[in-house]
Design a binder for this molecule. Structure first.
Ligand code: PLP
Length: 337
C-alpha cells in the first residue's frame, strides 16, 4: 500500500529504532528520565524558549496550552478550520470551559485585522477574550503557510490587548523548510508552541509543548490532571531527539514529491481546484465523472490510499515513508485514470 492518508502513518526507521533501544530511561513523572529531559531541553533550546513538556499527542499539548492560558468562561480566538476547534473532540469546552470566537480565515490563516475585531470589549455581558491560537502549517488550508509578517501583526494586536498567543505547530517544521524561516523567530513571537514529532518527523508517539519556565511548570501539573504523565517515556523521547537531528531537512523532499503529484493531478479532467501546494499536503476538488469517494476507491484498487475529506475533496499527504519510486508509481496510476 502507498499510504497518503496522513503523515502520522510513518513507521520508525531502523536507525531510529536502534537509537530508541539504546535510550537511557527513568521515571519521567519524578523528572528522572534523562532522554525526556534531553528532548525537552533540546527542543526548547532550538526555539530559544525556556522549557518544554513532552506529551503523548498534539491534541494534549494544545489542550494543556489552552487550559494553562485561560480561566473557565474566557473566550479564545481561532480560525474556523483549526484543529483545536474541529478535531479535538470539543476539548476547549470540555477541558477549559471556554467559548470560541471563530474567524473565517483564508485557507486556515487569520489576520491581525480579523483578530482585532473579534476581541470582546471590557463589558460584564461578554466573555473575557484571553487567547489567540494560530495553526502553521494550516492542515485544512492544504498545508498553507503564514507569512511571518502577518504573524507579527497578530502578535502586535495580542500585545496591545493583553492576549496570549499560542501556535499549533503540528507541522511547523514543514513551514520552516518551505518558507526558509527559523525556529527562533517563532520562539521569540509566540507565548507557547506545540510541535508534533509524530507527523512529518516520523516518530511513533509524541509532541512537545514549549514556553516559559513558569508556564511549563503549570502545564506539567495540567498534564498530570489530563492523565498524560508518562513513566519511562525516554524510548519515545529518544525517537524525538533522533528526528530533530535527522528528519527536518529531508522534509524538502516531501514538498517536492507533493509538487510532482499535484502537477499530474492538474492535467486530469476530474480534478477541479487544487489548493496551492506549499508543503506536504495536497487538497484538491474532484468533479465531473468522479466523486471524491469514487476517486478514493479507484486509487485503492491500485493500492493507493487517500482520504475523501469532503464529498468533493480528496487529501493526499506526503511523508517520510513515501519513496521516490512510490511517487513515480502514483503518477503513473493517476495518468491512467
Ligand atoms: C495532527 C494535528 C494535531 C495533533 O494531533 P494528534 O493526533 O493529537 O497528535 C494538532 N494540530 C494539527 C493541525 C494537526 O494536524
Amino acid at each position: 500500500m502507498i499510504d497518503f492518508r496522513s503523515d502520522t502513518v510513518t513507521k520508525p526507521t531502523p536507525a531510529m529504532l536502534d537509537f530508541m533501544f539504546k535510550a537511557k530511561v527513568g521515571d519521567d513523572v519524578f523528572g528522572e528520565d534523562p532522554s525526556v529531559n534531553e528532548l525537552e531541553a533540546m527542543s526548547a533550546d532550538m526555539f530559544g524558549l525556556e522549557a518544554g513538556l513532552f506529551c503523548p499527542s498534539g491534541t494534549m499539548t494544545n489542550q494543556i496550552a489552552i487550559k494553562t492560558h485561560t480561566q473557565p468562561g474566557d473566550e479564545l480566538i481561532c480560525d474556523k478550520l483549526s484543529h483545536i476547534y474541529q478535531y479535538e473532540g470539543g476539548g476547549i469546552a470540555f477541558n477549559s470551559g471556554c467559548s470560541v470566537r471563530l474567524i473565517e480565515g483564508y485557507r486556515g490563516r487569520i489576520t491581525a485585522e480579523q483578530v482585532k475585531v473579534a476581541i470582546n470589549p471590557d463589558d460584564v455581558h461578554k466573555p473575557h477574550t484571553s487567547l489567540v491560537s494560530l495553526e502553521n502549517t494550516a492542515n485544512r488550508g492544504g498545508g498553507s503557510c503564514y507569512n511571518f509578517d502577518d504573524i507579527q501583526q497578530v502578535k502586535e494586536v495580542c500585545l496591545q490587548n493583553n492576549l496570549k498567543l499560542h501556535l499549533d505547530g503540528a507541522r511547523l517544521f514543514n513551514a520552516l523548510i518551505a518558507k526558509k524561516e527559523t525556529a527562533k523567530q517563532y520562539g521569540a513571537t509566540f507565548d507557547t508552541i506545540s510541535i508534533c514529532l509524530s507527523k512529518g518527523l516520523g516518530i511513533p508517539v509524541g509532541s512537545v509543548l514549549l514556553g516559559s519556565k513558569d508556564f511549563i511548570k503549570k502545564a506539567r501539573r495540567i498534564r498530570k490532571v489530563f492523565g498524560g504523565g508518562m513513566r519511562q517515556a525516554g524510548f519515545m523521547a529518544a525517537a524525538g531527539i533522533y528526528a530533530l537531528q535527522h528528519h527536518i531537512n529531508r522534509l524538502a523532499t516531501d514538498h517536492i514529491h507533493a509538487q510532482e503529484i499535484a502537477a499530474v493531478l492538474a492535467t486530469k479532467d476530474f480534478v477541479g481546484e487544487i489548493f496551492p501546494v506549499e508543503t506536504n499536503i495536497i487538497i484538491f476538488e474532484v468533479k465531473g465523472r468522479l466523486s471524491s469517494q469514487q476517486l478514493s476507491a479507484k486509487l485503492k484498487e491500485h493500492n493507493i490510499l487517500a482520504i475523501a475529506i469532503s464529498p468533493t475533496q480528496v487529501r493526499i499527504v506526503v511523508h517520510l515513508d513515501i519513496t521516490a519510486a512510490m511517487v513515480t508509481e502514483t503518477i503513473q496510476v493517476i495518468k491512467s485514470l
